[in-house]
Design a binder for this molecule. Structure first.
Ligand SMILES: NC(=O)c1ccc[n+]([C@@H]2O[C@H](COP(=O)([O-])OP(=O)(O)OC[C@H]3O[C@@H](n4cnc5c(N)ncnc54)[C@H](OP(=O)(O)O)[C@@H]3O)[C@@H](O)[C@H]2O)c1
Length: 291
């Protein structure tokens, strides 16, 4: 049987390579002997990657909210390395606050980065993957793209959008030899709950016991998250090297227990409402006489 595994060395195209998962993956990819297109809003800060592997790294400026820059970056990557094997849609940030507290501008900015950013970059890279009839897209979603929680509603919306997009995209591109995998981490020790975390400026007293508590808890976990981004990077390399990669890869024991709990809850609720669910079809009509 023909192997579906991408050829080695691979060309990785990573968004948001400056810190956290993106940076850890960039380093791991190079250690693994692969080639790297490291994109970032400030690529000049990644010069050390070029110094470590001058022939295997291309640095490119990319703010994912800028569609023409996404097109340019994809084209430059292919002009430089001849192909892209793995696209990692990693760039993103969190927004804390109750759904009602987040303003329209705060909400749109979050979706502009976490959803439309992913869409722009994916659409820029897909023509090359289609031409190759191979490739793997890793979508850095989150356990928060599977489970909604107070204080994270807008972030949840952005990541749930990635989940739906990716499930459909995976089916669009499967016949073309392209894989899509959603990465769903729990808490990992990156800059996510530090410098990258935004908070809705408005606070409504009525949400003090729900979203307000969540705002406190998330800030408190910064620096104490159980997940190691370097180990996450190894897991992402492993999934790309698998002949039959999963649609979803949950990362971290914290995320795993939350996902299992939600699956159980959904099953119980769907089952207990079954009678109402199936009661909504038109009443069965008796066979009409023809005369
Ligand atoms: N850490 C966690 O616990 C966790 C859990 C689940 C999912 N995630 C997801 O993991 C991804 C990476 O975050 P991280 O945890 O590694 O946090 P991080 O260390 O703060 O990294 C975030 C990266 O995204 C980049 N970025 C943000 N907006 C961008 C834009 N408009 N264009 C290009 N790059 C942009 C940042 O670039 P700058 O340096 O220019 O700011 C930075 O490189 C995010 O999508 C996040 O939602 C994180």
């Amino acid at each position: 049987m023909a192997s579906n595994v991408l050829p080695h060395p691979r060309v990785w195209f990573i968004t948001g390579s400056s810190t956290g998962f993106g940076r850890a993956l960039a380093e791991a990819v190079l250690t693994h002997g692969d080639r790297l297109v490291a994109t970032a809003r400030h690529p000049e800060r990644l010069q050390d990657l070029v110094r470590s592997s001058p022939d295997r790294v291309q640095l490119l400026p990319l703010d994912v909210t800028n569609p023409p820059q996404s097109q340019d970056a994809a084209a430059q990557a292919v002009a430089h390395f001849g192909r892209i094997d793995v696209l990692v849609n990693n760039a993103g940030y969190g927004l804390l606050g109750a759904v009602e507290e987040a303003t329209d501008a705060e909400t749109r900015q979050e979706l502009e980065t976490n959803f439309f950013g992913v869409l722009h970059v994916t659409r820029a890279v897909l023509p090359f993957l289609r031409r190759q009839r191979s490739g793997h897209i890793l979508m850095m979603a989150s356990v928060d793209g599977f489970i909604g929680e107070t204080g994270a509603g807008i972030y949840n919306a952005s990541k749930f959008a990635i989940e739906g997009l990716s499930e459909a995209l995976a089916q669009d591109v499967a016949p073309l030899g392209i894989h899509v995998t959603l990465i769903e981490p729990g808490y990992f020790r990156t800059d996510f709950t530090g410098r990258s975390l935004k908070e809705a400026a408005r606070q409504i007293e009525d949400y003090a016991q729900t979203s307000g508590v969540a705002r406190e808890q998330v800030r408190h976990i910064n620096g104490k998250q159980p997940g190691d981004p370097k180990r996450a990077a190894q897991a992402m390399i492993h999934v790309v090297e698998t002949a039959h990669p999963p649609l979803r890869l949950v990362l971290g024991a914290d995320a795993l227990s939350r996902v299992r709990h939600k699956l159980q809850q959904v099953k119980e609720e769907v089952d207990s409402w079954e009678a109402t669910t199936v009661s909504t079809a038109f009443a069965a009509t008796s066979t009409r006489s023809s005369g």
